[in-house]
Design a protein around this ligand. Sequence first.
Ligand code: NAP
Length: 448
Amino acid sequence: MLPAIAEPHRFGRRDLTLSIAIVGAGPAGYYTAEATQKQWGNDVRIDIIDRLPTPYGLIRAGVAPDHQSIKAVTKRYEGTNLAPGTRLVGNVMLGRDVSVEELLGLYDAVVLSVGAPHDKPIGIPGDDLPGVIGSAAFVGWYNGHPDHAGLNVDLSHHGAAIIGNGNVAIDCARVLAKTVDELSTTDIADHALKTLAESSVRDVHIIGRRGPHQASFTTKEAGELGHLVRAHPVVRPSDFPPEAEDAALDPGQRKMVTHLRGFAGLPRGDKPVTINFEFFRRPVAVEGHGKAERLIVETTRLENGQAVGTGELHAIPCGLVIACIGYRTAEIPGVNWSDKLGRFPTDDAGRIAPALYASGWARRGPSGTIGTNRPDGFSVVAAMVEDGIAASGKAGPAGLDALLATRGVKASDFAGWQKIEAAEVAAARAGAPREKLVDVTKMLQIAL
Ligand code: NAP
C-alpha cells in the first residue's frame, strides 16, 4: 500500500500543491527528484514511478557487482525518497498501467527518466543465432534484473567475443575473467555465479572498430584489467600509433592509453585466461551451425576518424558474442520517438512537449557516468521553472492512487522496497552485501 500523503486532497478535487511525476527510479529519476525538492521545498509532491518494486535502476542492475563503492550513492537516493512529499510508486508501468496522457492530466509536469534499457542491434548476418546477446541482457543477467535472470548464457566454449570499446565491454570482460572467489563477495546474482563457476571461457576478445586512441574506456576501468587474478590482458603493439602522438590526447584518455600500452610488457605468468584487445576490427558476421561458433571481423583503418573496412577478414572462434555497442530508450505510446536517435527528441534541457520532459539517458542517450545525471536533473527543473510550471489544481498523487485502484493495480512503496532489501541482505552469501530477488511476484509478496 502507498502511504497516504499528509495534506488533504482527493481525486477530482482541486489541489493547489504542485505535483510532479518522475517516471523511472534510477539515477536520473532521483537526481531530478532532488533538484525538484531543492527548487520547491515542501511545496511540491513528487511521485517516482517505476515498473519494478525495486528502485535505483542501473545502480542495481547496471553497475558491475564488483564495483560496490559506486553503489554507495543509493544512500543519497534513499534520503531523497524519504523526504516529506516524495513517494516511490513501484510496480506501475507507463504504457501498461497508466498512460502519459493520464499522467499529464494528473500532474503539473511529467519527467521521463526511463533510461535506455534496450540493446542497439548489431545488424550483421547471424546476429540472431543463439549465443549472440546484447550487453543489456548479459549485464542484466549477472546483476539479477528480473527481465534477464532467465537468460541462457552458454559458457561451454573457450572463446567469447565482446563487441565495443566502452566501459560496458570492460565490465563484461572482467566478469567473465574473474574467479568465483573474486565475485562471490559481490552482489552478483547467484545463478550467474554458478554458471561462471562452470565456465570454459579462456579467450576473451574485446573488439574495437577503431584504435586505442578512439576507445572510450576510462582509465580506472582499463587499468583494472592489468590486475586480475587469473586473466592476462593482451594487446598488439602494432595497433598503437607512435607514442609521441599520445601527447595530443586529453589527460584522462592519455592515461588510459598508457595503461593499454603497458599491457604489452606484462608477464603472463600462469594465468589461464587472456583478454585480447582486437583493435581495428569491425564485426561483419556471426557464423555457426544453429548457434554462434565464430565472429567474422574485418580489419579496418581510420579515415577522417572513422573506421573503414579493408576487405581483410579474420575468424574469431567463440560461442558467446556480447554486443556492448550502446542502448536505446523504450518507446512509450503517445510520446514522440526517434528511431534514428533511439530516444525521445528533446531540446537541450529535456523538453519533449508542454509539461513533458526527459532526463538522463532518455534525454541524452547512453553516455557519461552516474554523476552526469545530476546536472541533467537540475537542468530539467530549470526548464520547468522557465516554462512556468506551477500548481494548477490537478489531482496529483491521490489521483494516481484512485486511477490505479480502478484498474486493480497494486503499487508498492518505499517501505515495501525496504522490506525487500532486508530480505535480500538476510539471504546474502557469506561476505556478500545481498542476494537479489529476481522474481517480481516474490518481491511483491514481501513488499505489499
Ligand atoms: P560507449 O562508451 O558509447 O561505447 C560503445 C562502443 O561501441 C564504442 O566503442 C563504439 O565504437 C562501439 N560501437 C557502436 N556501434 C558499433 C558497431 N555497430 N560495431 C562495432 N562497434 C560499435 O558505451 P558503453 O560502453 O555502452 O557505456 C555507456 C555509458 O556508460 C558510457 O558513458 C560509459 O562510460 C558508462 N559506463 C561507465 C562505467 C564506469 O564508470 N565504471 C561502467 C559502464 C558504463 P565507436 O567509438 O567507433 O563508435
